[in-house]
Ligand binder design. Sequence first.
Ligand SMILES: CC(C)(COP(=O)(O)OP(=O)(O)OC[C@H]1O[C@@H](n2cnc3c(N)ncnc32)[C@H](O)[C@@H]1OP(=O)(O)O)[C@@H](O)C(=O)NCCC(=O)NCCS
Length: 216
Amino acid sequence: MEIRYTTLTYDLAEPVAYLINSCFPDMTDDDRYVPEDLELMADIFAEGSIVALLGGKQEVVVGFGTGIFTDLDWRNLPETESEVLGELCVKNHDPAGKFYYGSEFCVHPDFRCQKIGRNIYDRRKEVVVRNKKVGFFAASVLQGYVDYKSGIGIDEYFRKIENREIYDPTLSMQLRNGFQIVKPIQNFFDHPPSNHWSALIYWGNPEMGKTDFREI
Ligand SMILES: CC(C)(COP(=O)(O)OP(=O)(O)OC[C@H]1O[C@@H](n2cnc3c(N)ncnc32)[C@H](O)[C@@H]1OP(=O)(O)O)[C@@H](O)C(=O)NCCC(=O)NCCS
């Protein structure tokens, strides 16, 4: 299986919008992407959006990860992810921002667990390093909490994931990719299966020396 990784362009806007919408079935109609949203991302910050394409006669989009540069204060977060990202998930992009904030990230269900997600993270980390940003924040969609939320609280859920007693399809993968859990956040975005809980996560750029979020 040959996968090519590239940055977002206009001709990829439609298949990427389709991929995101199909990977997040719990998304409300208002939040669904249209190709024009992706075109705007390509206009504003193409470098920050990585697309995974499955080779063949006609390439197929199988993965995507995007984000913006911003100054984020993890101790005083805005109430919602939309406030971080701005209109159409990209309008708050600030080239001078100290951090990369990762927003949408998904791999087509038929192609998961084949390290496409890891490769997309590696390329987004390269964007952080190349641009001399301090680190990479994201809010993890806790896809696995639905099975535990009636039994254990969010802090215990995180502890069990860190101890590898529980596997969460997103957060476990993110920890294996070098991210730390900063703190639980609720109602940062809508995700009914997890009771709207999420984990703020952080990866520090080793070249900038601040690899632990407590140092920033
Ligand atoms: C999160 C997501 C992007 C990951 O993509 P992916 O291509 O499957 O990721 P990878 O293949 O790189 O990594 C999967 C990891 O989980 C591990 N894994 C998978 N199932 C596992 C299990 N049951 N137990 C333990 N580890 C498991 C794999 O071994 C791999 O780890 P490794 O890289 O250390 O070997 C994908 O699951 C997805 O699109 N989810 C739905 C959308 C979503 O929630 N996005 C995240 C928003 S924050």
